[in-house]
Write a protein that binds this ligand. Structure first.
Ligand code: SAH
Length: 250
């Protein structure tokens, strides 16, 4: 099945258009996901229009229009809970000079991503199986990244605890959300204070084909993360930060 090209839509919504080569890589990615879906339960989003909107456009919306990111400077990025490679793979196709690291705790998903990286010949991407909580305490990954992305993995508070320790001071986390409420924002702000980070930007928008509501939260890491974070595997989801007394490590 062929993906729609939608050049005008890319241009009018994101002020960016894929080159012919990037378009062919998007098509290859789609073909890989469809065939991978026959063996593995990767995604429910399979029609060409849906794939274009919910996997390609939505992934790239986190970057463009990117007033808060310097798209011209090379960046080291980590995509946490990448699943079948979203938003990491579309972003890596769009920014071929950046260094992409795609992580998931499920081995069969990373196996799929690995095969896809080989098929699409993406030299700027590597992938590995790991938990975000373990990476955040591993000196090879802690405070090593300029950008962290995370889509559909956990609540915003948990996503912040996964992402922030991996960022360099001054780095940016992009949290891809669906609906967004004031309650979630209050919870997130409490967590960000503990993580030495701040909410720079909260952008709500609709997707261009089905007008589904989406929110992108842009976080900036202001201070080094206390060694206490991220907490042990499973704790961020069991005891979300905002309800954890800060005195635990004081
Ligand atoms: N980001 C993808 C997949 C979302 S599904 C997309 O938007 O399509 C959520 C994924 O997060 C799953 O593949 C799951 O294995 C992974 N995940 C959940 N908790 C994780 C953790 N603590 N560390 C690493 N990966 C995790």
């Amino acid at each position: 099945m062929s993906l729609p090209i939608n050049s005008d839509l890319w241009q009018s919504t994101l002020n960016w258009t894929p080159s012919e080569f990037q378009q062919s890589q998007f098509q290859q990615l789609y073909t890989e996901v469809l065939s991978g879906n026959q063996r593995l339960n990767l995604t429910r989003i399979t029609s060409p229009e849906e794939f274009w909107e919910k996997h390609l456009w939505d992934s790239l919306r986190g970057f463009f229009p990117g007033a808060y990111l310097d798209l011209n400077q090379s960046q080291k990025l980590i995509d946490i809970g990448t699943g079948a490679g979203f938003p990491g793979l579309p972003l890596a196709i769009a920014q071929p000079t950046w260094d992409f690291n795609l992580v998931d705790s499920t081995r069969k998903k990373i196996q799929f991503v690995h095969e896809t990286i080989q098929t699409l010949k993406l030299p700027n991407v590597r992938c590995f199986v790991e938990r975000a909580e373990a990476l955040g305490q591993d000196s090879r990954h802690r405070e090593q990244y300029d950008i962290a992305t995370i889509r559909a993995v956990a609540t915003a508070t948990v996503c912040a605890e996964y992402c922030i320790p991996l960022l360099k001071v001054g780095g940016t986390a992009i949290l891809y959300r669906g609906q967004w409420t004031e309650y979630e924002q209050d919870e997130l702000n409490a967590a960000l204070e503990q993580l030495g980070s701040e909410l720079l930007h909260c952008e709500t928008f609709v997707t261009p084909l089905t007008e589904s509501r989406r929110t992108c939260l842009i976080l900036r890491k202001s201070f080094p993360t206390h060694p206490f974070y991220p907490r042990a595997i499973g704790i961020p989801t069991q005891k979300p930060l905002s309800s954890t007394p800060i005195t635990e490590f004081d």
